[in-house]
Design a protein around this ligand. Structure first.
Ligand code: UD1
Length: 310
């Protein structure tokens, strides 16, 4: 992996103080100069590696954003309004964070030749018509957040086709790992982990038969590096998951057992509009990028539960 990275001198990570961005920045500082662009609204300065430079600015500070992109060989665009619930509550503010600045990044890249790796999402597919979900699956996002991700995902392809911008979209499934924030965007794994640690009930929403494809953030970092360095990535979009799924009940039981907690597993009301089944078909990322997730769920969970800086 480090071989391809030699072609990158300067990397820009928007959202580099957040969950996925800071894990990525931490890896990248070993290979190149890293600039983190973040307004620290939900991310934390502590998560930014010491070696990285921080530009503390909003995404709508277009001049600063454009300059930062133009100074980079690759921009990893992870800064976003990341809450699905918040996008449903306040679509216009979600739109203004997730759409226009992404277009500005592509526009800056158009003149500078900077490669753009965009953090897209499985949310673009909405309720799956079949699983595993491949990249050609119908796109019927069920939230403004999903539609915003889909729009930028399509813009990436269009900027490649129209202007030769080296843009790549990575469609993440359910990501977990150290530094996943709390609050309404906290993923179920960090919620169950916290419940197990504090001895509170582990709350399964619904019957627990719903499935998800959970991927450790370290594998997401590897996917980003491949997207940044592979010729085959350009102008393409890729599902990034493990290709396997487990039920939420299995997840609860695994965390309960691994943490040896006294917490009980309880069932609460199902989430309105919840997706029943989700699993990525990662054949395209495997074949075109050489992507191979290293952490199956059991191993990834063991790793996560033992990681101190969570
Ligand atoms: C995730 C993403 C979302 C993305 C979507 C794409 C996260 C946090 N969210 O949503 O951005 O749009 O994938 O498909 O990664 N659950 C419980 N108990 C809890 C919390 C959750 O049983 O205390 C259940 C939920 O009802 C759901 C499952 O766990 O069935 C996963 O929930 P969550 O981690 O919030 O992720 P998604 O809803 O899949």
């Amino acid at each position: 992996m480090s071989d391809g990275l030699q072609s990158i001198d300067n990397a820009l990570v928007t959202g580099g103080a957040g969950f996925i961005g800071s894990n990525l920045a931490e890896y990248l500082v070993n290979f190149c100069t890293v600039t983190v662009y973040d307004n620290l609204s939900s991310g934390t300065r502590d998560h930014v590696p010491d070696e990285a430079k921080i530009v503390e600015a909003d995404l709508n500070q277009t001049d600063q954003l454009t300059t930062a992109v133009k100074n980079a060989d690759v921009v990893f665009h992870h800064a976003a309004q990341v809450s699905v619930a918040q996008s449903v509550e306040a679509p216009t503010s979600s739109h203004s964070v997730n759409l226009d600045p992404s277009l500005e990044i592509l526009e800056a890249a158009r003149s500078s030749g900077t490669r753009v790796v965009f953090a897209s999402s499985a949310a673009i597919y909405g309720h799956p018509e079949y699983t595993p979900i491949d990249e050609t699956h119908p796109k019927q996002p069920s939230s403004p957040y999903g539609l915003e991700k889909l729009t930028v995902d399509h813009y990436c392809k269009l900027y490649h086709d129209l202007y030769d911008v080296e843009a790549v979209a990575l469609r993440y499934f359910n990501v977990y790992g150290p530094r996943q924030q709390g609050g309404d965007y906290s993923g179920v794994i960090s919620i169950f982990r916290d419940q197990a640690r504090t001895g509170d009930d582990i709350t399964i929403e619904g019957d627990g038969e719903q499935t998800r494809d959970f991927i450790h953030v370290d594998d997401i970092v590897q996917a980003n590096l491949l997207a940044a360095t592979s010729d085959a990535a350009v102008g393409e979009s890729f599902n990034i998951g493990t290709g396997d799924s487990i039920t939420i009940r299995e997840l609860a039981e695994t965390i309960q057992a691994a943490t040896e907690t006294d917490s009980n597993i309880v069932h609460v009301d199902p989430r309105e509009g919840d997706i029943e089944e989700s699993r990525a078909d990662i054949t395209k990322a495997r074949e075109d990028l050489g992507f191979e997730p290293e952490h199956a769920i059991q191993d990834g969970l063991d790793r996560y539960l033992s990681q101190e800086s969570n």
